[in-house]
Design a protein around this ligand. Structure first.
Ligand SMILES: Nc1ncnc2c1ncn2[C@@H]1O[C@H](COP(=O)(O)OP(=O)(O)OP(=O)(O)O)[C@@H](O)[C@H]1O
Length: 539
C-alpha cells in the first residue's frame, strides 16, 4: 500500500524529494492490522476527554467544516468566552449538569460547588469586594471562561484543587480571582498568598495581571526579584508591607534558607504550570516551600494545561489541549537537518505573517539559528536563560510591541507566556514530549484567536512522530491514516527522549573548513568563560 498517497491536510511530505526516506515512516506490522484507538495511545495524563465517542464526534465535525477558513470555525473567540443570556441562579442539578456539558467542564470530587454563569453572578454570590468587579470591567474581562466559571467557586469554598485547561484559556485570572476573594485588604502580617511559577518571565506576567486586578487598592503584591529579596533581607519591616507573593521556586527557596522570609501566615498556595513544578529539579524546591508554609489553613491549587492524573477536586476543561479549533497544526518533513534552514528561508522569502516564535532544543542551537537568520532582512532576536534578565525583559517587550518579527527561543518560553498576537509557532526542533508540544504551540491561538503551528520532522524524529500525531488527532486535526499506523514509541523511548533530546548536526550553512576555524577560535575564548550557573528556568 502506498501510504503517502493518503497524505492529507496537516502533513507535508515531498515524496519526490525524500523518496529514500519513505521506509522510515512505514507502519509497524502490529499497527497495520488493527484499528488504532487514538485515545488509548495518547498519554493518560493528556486524555482529558477519556471518551472515544467525543473523539469521533470531533472528527465528524471537522469533516463538516473542512475548507472553512480557521478564523470562521466555531466562532473562534467564542471558544472559551460564551455570553450567557441567562444570569439567574441555577434552579436544579440537571440545569447545572447541562451548563457544565455546554461549556465542556468536567469536575470530579465530592460536594463540588456550582459554577457561575457570569462575573456578576460570581461577585454577588460569593461576595467579592466591589473593586474586583470594577477592575474586571476596567481591564476588559466581560465574561468568565469555563475554567474561571468553575475553578473560582471551588477555590473560594477553600477546597484544594487541580485545574486542567487548555493553553490560553484564562487559568491565570482563575487563580488570581480565587486569591483575591480571600486576600483583598492589607493586614501587615506578611505574605498570605504565594504563587509559584517556573520562570521569571511568567512570574512577571502574573504579577502584572494581579496589579491590574488590585488597581487602586491597598492590598500589595510583591514580585520576588533579586533586588526585592535583598531589600527585604536588609529591612525585615519591608516584608510586612506585602500580602501576596509571586515568585519562581529557586528564588523563594534561597530566601527561606537564609531565613529572610516567613511563610507561616500563607493560607493560599498556587502552583502554576504545576506539572513542571512536580518534576525532578523543581520538586525538591517545591517541597521546601511547602514545608515552610506551616499554617493549618493552607489551601493548595495546582494549575496547568497538562497534568498527571490524581485525586482532589479536579476541573477539566474539555477542549483537551490548547486552542483546539484555533490552532492550525502542520507537520513538515524536511529530511536532514539542513532541510530546516531551507524551509525557514523559503517561508521568509515567500512572505509570512509575523510575529513568529521558533523553538529549538538548546541554547547553542538558538544562537546558531540566530546567526543564520540575522542577515535575512527580518527583525529577529533570540531569548534563552543565558541572556541577562534586562536583555530578556527588553526582548519580550519588543516582541510584544511588534518591533521583533521572529523570536528564536528555547523551552524557557514554552510555558505560560501570553503573547496575544503570535501568528505562528515553528517547532524547528521536534519537541521532547507531548506536553512540551502542547505548551509550545499554545503560545499561538490564545484566547480564541487563530494561529498556526508548524513542526519540522527529520529522519531522526520519525520514531517519536506518533507522540505528536496522537495529540494532533485528539485535538481534532486532520491526520493522514498512515501516520496513525506508525508505531507508538515505548515508554522507555519516551523517557529517553524527555531526558535527552535527539542529537542533531549544527545549524549552519558555513563550509566545514570555516566551521573548524571558527570552532578553534571559540574554544580559545571559552577557556576564559566561566561555567553556566544553574537557573530557575526549565531548560
Ligand atoms: N474572561 C476573560 N475574558 C477575556 N480575556 C480573557 C479572560 N480571561 C483571560 N483572558 C485573556 O486570555 C489570555 C490567556 O490567558 P492566560 O495567560 O491566563 O492563559 P493560560 O490558560 O494561563 O495559558 P497557558 O496554559 O499557556 O499558561 C490572556 O491574554 C488573558 O488576559
Amino acid at each position: 500500500m502506498d501510504f503517502f498517497k493518503l497524505l492529507g491536510a496537516g502533513a507535508k511530505f515531498d515524496k519526490a524529494r525524500f523518496k529514500e526516506d519513505i521506509s522510515v515512516f512505514k507502519p509497524s506490522k502490529r499497527a497495520a492490522h488493527h484499528t488504532v484507538d487514538v485515545v488509548d495511545s495518547v498519554p493518560k495524563e493528556l486524555d482529558f476527554f477519556g471518551d472515544h465517542g467525543r473523539q469521533q464526534q470531533q472528527q465528524q465535525q471537522k469533516k463538516k467544516t473542512a475548507g472553512v477558513p480557521t478564523s470562521q470555525l466555531s466562532g473562534s473567540a467564542s471558544q472559551y468566552i460564551h455570553t450567557e443570556d441567562d444570569h439567574s441562579p441555577f434552579q436544579s442539578e440537571s440545569e447545572v449538569a447541562e451548563f457544565l456539558k455546554k461549556h465542556r467542564i468536567k469536575v470530579t470530587g465530592s460536594d463540588v460547588p456550582h459554577p457561575v454563569k457570569s462575573f456578576d453572578m460570581l461577585c454577588k454570590e460569593h461576595e467579592f469586594p466591589a473593586f474586583v468587579q470594577r477592575n474586571l470591567q476596567k481591564f476588559g474581562f466581560r465574561q468568565p471562561t469555563p475554567i474561571q466559571m468553575q475553578a473560582v467557586p471551588i477555590a473560594v469554598h477553600r477546597r484544594d484543587l487541580i485545574a486542567n485547561a487548555p493553553t490560553g484559556s484564562g487559568k491565570t485570572l482563575a487563580f488570581l480571582l480565587s486569591i483575591l476573594h480571600d486576600i483583598n485588604t492589607p493586614e501587615k502580617e506578611g505574605f498570605r498568598a504565594v504563587v509559584v511559577s517556573p520562570t521569571r518571565e511568567l512570574a512577571t506576567q502574573i504579577y502584572e495581571h494581579m496589579r491590574n486586578l488590585t488597581f487602586g487598592q491597598k492590598v500589595k503584591t510583591c514580585l520576588m526579584t533579586k533586588k526585592a529579596a535583598t531589600l527585604q533581607a536588609e529591612d525585615p519591616m519591608m516584608r510586612q508591607r506585602y500580602d501576596i507573593l509571586v515568585t519562581t521556586p529557586l528564588r523563594l527557596v534561597h530566601s527561606i534558607q537564609k531565613g529572610e522570609i516567613n511563610l507561616k501566615h500563607v493560607r493560599r498556595l498556587v502552583l502554576d504550570e504545576a506539572d513542571t513544578l512536580m518534576e525532578k529539579g523543581f520538586l525538591e524546591q517545591v517541597d521546601e516551600i511547602l514545608a515552610a508554609c506551616t499554617s493549618p489553613n493552607l489551601q493548595i491549587s495546582l494549575f496547568s494545561a497538562t497534568m498527571p492524573s490524581s485525586d482532589p477536586v479536579r476541573v477539566i476543561i474539555g477542549a483537551m489541549n490548547s486552542a483546539t479549533d484555533t490552532i492550525d497544526q502542520q507537520l513538515v518533513y524536511v529530511g536532514q537537518e539542513e532541510g530546516k534552514l531551507v524551509e525557514v528561508r523559503n517561508m521568509i522569502a515567500s512572505g509570512f505573517k509575523p510575529p513568529c516564535l521558533i523553538f529549538v532544543q538548546s541554547i547553542d542551537r538558538a544562537q546558531e539559528l540566530f546567526r543564520e537568520l540575522v542577515f535575512e532582512g527580518i527583525n529577529v532576536d533570540v531569548i534563552h536563560s543565558d541572556r541577562t534578565q534586562t536583555q530578556r525583559n527588553r526582548i519580550i517587550q519588543k516582541f510584544r510591541s511588534g518591533a521583533l518579527w521572529v523570536l528564536i527561543c528555547t523551552e524557557l518560553m514554552a510555558r505560560g507566556i501570553d503573547f496575544k498576537g503570535v501568528n505562528m509557532v515553528i517547532n524547528y526542533d521536534f519537541p521532547q514530549s507531548a506536553q512540551s508540544y502542547i505548551h509550545r504551540i499554545g503560545r499561538t491561538g490564545r484566547a480564541g484567536r487563530a494561529g498556526k503551528a508548524i513542526t519540522y520532522i527529520t529522519k531522526e524524529d520519525a520514531p517519536y512522530l506518533r507522540v505528536i500525531v496522537n495529540v494532533m488527532r485528539q485535538s481534532g486535526c486532520d491526520v493522514p491514516e498512515w501516520m496513525l499506523e506508525m508505531k507508538n514509541p515505548t515508554n522507555n523511548d519516551r523517557k529517553k527522549l524527555k531526558k535527552k533530546p535527539v542529537e542533531r548536526k549544527d545549524i549552519s550553512t558555513k563550509p566545514n573548513y570555516a566551521k573548524k576555524r571558527h570552532q578553534k577560535k571559540a574554544d580559545g575564548q571559552s577557556k576564559a568563560k566561566k561555567p553556566r550557573a544553574k537557573s530557575d528556568d526549565s531548560e
